[in-house]
Design a binder for this molecule. Structure first.
Ligand code: FMN
Length: 215
């Protein structure tokens, strides 16, 4: 009799363990999928902020390659999204990192058209101080929008610094480190684009390749 009740208890325990594990696995799966989906939507929204949606007709989100260059501020492969109209290259969106933010790396999206002019810059992720460095967010100030229309000729290379360093970009009051890091990262992204423009559009999606780094 005692033996039987132990067996029944063990059976219940087993059943609850299986049910519990199943529920956790199910919740994890559906939540992970939803998180990934939300991240995809957020990225697509940002991509569309840095390249004019009317200027391309391809699926920019899947027309992507991974590239590696010190000019992009990270050792990790960085995605490059390509925008095309009727199959012809229109613009590329690079994903450089400004490694020298006040509180660490600042992840950016930099849209550049074929002529090498910036079509838009947005911050993807950062840990800069609220009220000081976070003015790099488009939601907090207009600062990041001022890159649009700039290129390596406008201003010239020397001008790609904050005013405190005799360049042409504003710093923030009491916060020079963050904007200095972002200006340098966008400038380097433009240099990278100039040196690799043709390869960037020629590569097949998902290929990863070491790119040319100008000295
Ligand atoms: C708690 C704290 C947080 C700060 N956060 C930032 C920041 O996020 N970005 C930034 O550029 N400077 C930040 N600063 C200011 C920098 O230490 C530095 O003084 C400033 O960037 C230099 O700019 P300035 O020459 O215009 O003063 C912070 C300072 C303190 C004390």
């Amino acid at each position: 009799m005692r033996y039987r009740s132990i067996l029944i208890s063990a059976g219940f325990l087993f059943l609850f363990a299986v049910l519990g594990t199943g529920m956790v696995a199910y919740t994890y799966d559906t939540t992970a999928e939803r998180i990934a989906d939300n991240e995809r939507r957020a990225l697509l929204r940002k991509l569309n902020e840095v390249v004019d949606t009317d200027s391309y007709d391809n699926d920019i989100f899947t027309d992507v390659i991974l590239v590696q260059s010190p000019l992009l501020g990270t050792r990790a492969p960085a995605p490059v999204y390509r925008a095309r109209q009727n199959g012809w290259p229109v613009a590329a969106v690079l994903s450089p990192v400004a490694p020298d933010g006040y509180n660490g790396a600042i992840q950016l999206l930099v849209g550049i058209n074929l002529e090498g002019t910036v079509t838009g810059v947005r911050v993807l992720r950062h840990q800069e101080t609220p009220g000081l460095g976070d003015a790099i967010e488009a939601e907090r100030s207009d600062w990041i929008r001022r890159f649009t229309g700039k290129s390596l000729n406008n201003p010239d290379l020397d001008g790609w610094k904050v005013r405190r360093d005799d360049g042409e970009f504003d710093q923030f009051t009491g916060a020079t480190i963050t904007p200095r890091a972002v200006v340098k990262a966008v400038r380097n992204a433009l240099i990278y684009f100039k040196a690799n423009r043709h390869q960037l559009f020629a590569q097949d999606p998902e290929q990863e390749q070491e790119q040319e780094t100008p000295s």
